[in-house]
Design a protein around this ligand. Structure first.
Ligand SMILES: *Cc1c(COP(=O)(O)O)cnc(C)c1O
Length: 350
């Protein structure tokens, strides 16, 4: 007899985007990493924390992430008890399910979006219900009142790149009997966000990550903003020293350098618009994107063919075998020169 819990024995683990061992040999546009380094203040803060001999590492970090939470709270215009830090926003998604959805209870999300919600629900033994999208990116068959414990709304959507409007999300929150989590992993690249709506909606939780806009995927940092009672619950169930000393000073420095963030965001958005226009000029269908990636389909709607041809040229993009997505590719926005190289390759591939 298998001693594992049934759901663990039966589940498939999540498969993250491919990380090649010889990273520098590739143009890597498959995991929506930032092409530019984090703010120079980040490396400075890490060096200062490590000091000459790493002596500070003897000591545990601040279990409550006080400085980082204060910096985030100031930036967002809320009090620090509305903010929680996390070891990547993935930690928050996991703890939200643990906090709100018991075994056999339902969570929902949009398909296609971030399939990791499903993996996390399987671990918990929660049930999963997905809702499709209409042609104009509305939710298909969503009930007037949704009774699931949690609903994850990825906005901007990954991998498609469109964002739900603020008015739509506000109305949607009222249709959710349980909690609505707006996963704003890409909101910094978008024209707007819904962070301030947490004040108006008791059941709204907004999650953010430092992995994309702040170029800190390697440090594992995330944040959530919600009502204090939600934050307090998430605080109870997390690992107590979930962020190390270096991650904490890195996050604080990154949050305090908004000028640098604005500069890199502007560059990435400009590259995104140029890349979109150029792809359309060679016959690709490209969804208008609010993220740091685009979803694009070649004229023959064979995403796998182009993926393979790019792979042979050491350009790595994301192709999903899911029938709803197999016609296209998700391509992260890299540096200007990486996107020029990629475009040239795509013109050649046809
Ligand atoms: C990248 C991503 C995350 C995970 O962010 P981490 O902070 O790196 O864990 C969560 N949700 C979406 C939609 C993402 O694209």
């Amino acid at each position: 007899m298998n001693p594992l819990r049934n759901n663990i024995a039966e589940m498939n683990g999540y498969v993250p985007g491919f990380q090649p061992a010889d990273e520098s040999a590739w143009i890597k546009l498959n995991t929506n990493e930032n092409p530019y380094p984090p703010s120079p203040k980040v490396a400075e803060a890490i060096r200062a924390e490590v000091g000459a001999d790493g002596g500070s590492l003897r000591k545990y970090p601040d279990a409550a992430s006080r400085e980082m939470r204060a910096a985030a709270a100031e930036l967002f215009g809320v009090s620090p008890d509305w903010v929680i830090s996390a070891n990547g926003s993935d930690e928050l998604l996991n703890n939200l399910i643990r906090a709100f959805a018991g075994e056999g209870e339902e969570i929902g999300y949009v398909h296609p979006s971030y399939s990791y919600y499903s993996t996390l629900a399987e671990i918990q033994g929660a049930r999963v219900r997905t809702f499709g999208l209409t042609e104009d990116f509305e939710l298909a068959d969503f009930p007037e009142r949704y009774e699931g414990k949690l609903f994850f709304l990825t906005s901007p959507n990954a991998p498609l790149g469109f964002a739900f409007s603020r008015e739509w999300i506000a109305a949607f929150a009222k249709r959710c009997a349980g909690m609505l989590v707006v996963d704003e992993a890409y909101a910094d690249f978008a024209d707007g966000d819904v962070l301030d709506l947490v004040r108006e909606h008791e059941n709204l939780i907004v999650t953010r990550t430092f992995s994309k806009s702040y170029a800190l995927a390697g440090m594992r940092l995330g944040l959530a903003v919600a009502r204090p009672w939600v934050i307090a619950a998430l605080d109870k169930i997390r690992d107590h020293y979930h962020l190390d000393r270096l991650a904490l000073v890195a996050a604080t420095a990154a949050l305090r350098d908004q000028d640098y963030l604005r500069q890199t965001l502007a560059r990435i958005r400009a590259t995104r618009e140029r890349f979109t226009a150029e792809l359309r000029a060679i016959g690709y269908r490209v969804i208008d994107s609010q993220g740091n990636f685009v979803f694009a389909s070649p004229p023959d709607r064979d995403g796998g063919r182009v993926y393979q041809a790019l792979f042979e040229r050491k350009i790595l993009v994301r192709h999903f075998s899911d029938p709803l997505l197999a016609h296209g590719l998700r391509i992260s926005i890299g540096s200007e020169s990486d996107m020029e190289t990629t475009l040239a390759a795509m013109r050649e591939i046809g």
